[in-house]
Unconditional design. Structure first.
Length: 346
């Protein structure tokens, strides 16, 4: 048998593929470098036809903007700071995800500073952490009622947007119309034949919880229906279960609006254990439209919040301020949507 001598030759090294540049995009479709730059940085200044051609070429060539180079050119970090609170809950977590998605689409990175409590000290610490990244602006997810007392910590010249924090004096803000959502679901239950609607509310220190209570109460009052005392939960299934056990002992409960879907899950369990049929004996509706809501037993009627729209509008507002070089107070409201499923369909 013949022997092979020496090591096998190394395979040829292929040169790395050069990353596409803005000039490559411009040359591919016969436009100027400046036109491509305007499409990326100020799309409203370019015709829709040219914008479409540029974006198609960007996709085909795999062009990616160099954030560091752009930061040097614009003296901006291309980073938005987000102060978040309790992202273990579906609403705040989904809001944060919507903001991150919208920022990425706008060519911005996101740096997150989480706080356990919305106090002046924790907010100041979070802002200091974000300042280390030279963020161009801040989005503050602020669902607690006490947040308004600590907002003066924010630099009045810093582009900032408050999300789900109500109308913040002197600051831009974005929120879902929680009162409208509560009204829609309460009206739906009344239209299904309920004489009144009981309510399992969220924690009293949450702005969203109190807005849902207000919408529920106002809709009942306008309909001339009795307004029962709300039961309080903490957003968790166990608290919904405890509220459900209390309501199941009553004989006058025909419809329940629960302030979020997780508490509604616990309430449904309590009603099932008490032998109550949903929707035959009691109508049940929630709020949020979590991904599992359509798979509850029975599938849950609920109110859907458009977290993607909240994210887009938050980023739009903060980038408007970045472009203008100053803070500005504008308020944007996102409409909710009632999603009807079997838990209220007799």
């Amino acid at each position: 048998m013949a022997e092979t001598g020496g090591d096998l030759p190394e395979p040829p090294v292929r040169p790395a593929r050069r990353a596409a540049t803005m000039a490559d995009v411009a040359q591919a479709i016969g436009v100027s470098h400046q036109t491509v730059s305007r499409v990326l940085n100020d799309p409203g200044s370019v015709s829709p036809e040219t914008t479409s051609r540029v974006l198609q070429a960007i996709g085909e060539l795999g062009y990616r903007r160099n954030r560091a180079a752009r930061a040097l050119a614009t003296r901006r970090s291309q980073t938005i700071g987000v102060v978040s609170f309790d992202t273990t809950l579906y609403g705040p977590a989904s809001t944060l995800f919507g903001i991150e998605q919208a920022a990425g689409e706008a060519g911005y990175a996101v740096t997150v500073a989480s706080v356990k409590a919305m106090t002046e000290g924790s907010l100041r610490e979070a802002i200091d952490r974000l300042a280390m990244h030279d963020v161009d602006g801040i989005v503050l997810i602020a669902p607690l009622r006490d947040t308004s007392t600590v907002l003066p910590v924010l630099d009045p010249d810093l582009p900032a947007v408050v999300v789900e924090g109500g109308r913040a004096p002197g600051l831009a803000s974005v929120c879902v119309d929680q009162e409208l959502g509560a009204r829609l679901v309460t009206r739906h239950l009344l239209d299904r034949g309920a004489r009144t609607v009981w309510h399992v509310a969220g924690p009293a220190d949450w702005i969203e919880a109190e807005s849902r209570v207000a919408g529920w109460r106002d809709e009942l009052a306008e309909a001339g229906a009795e307004v029962p005392a709300p039961l309080r939960g903490d957003w968790s299934p166990p608290s919904g279960y405890q509220a459900g056990r209390k309501l199941a002992r009553r004989k006058d409960v025909g419809a329940v609006f629960v302030a979020n879907d997780q508490m509604a899950l616990g309430l449904l369990r309590a009603f099932h254990e008490a032998g109550l049929r949903i929707p035959e004996d009691v109508l049940v509706a929630g709020f949020d439209d979590v991904p599992e809501a359509g798979y509850y037993t029975p599938p849950l009627t609920t109110v859907r919040q458009d977290f993607a729209a909240v994210g887009r509008r938050s980023i739009e507002l903060v980038l408007e301020q970045v472009a203008a070089g100053r803070a500005a107070a504008r308020h944007q409201v996102v409409a909710p949507e009632l999603v009807v499923r079997q838990s209220t369909s007799r």
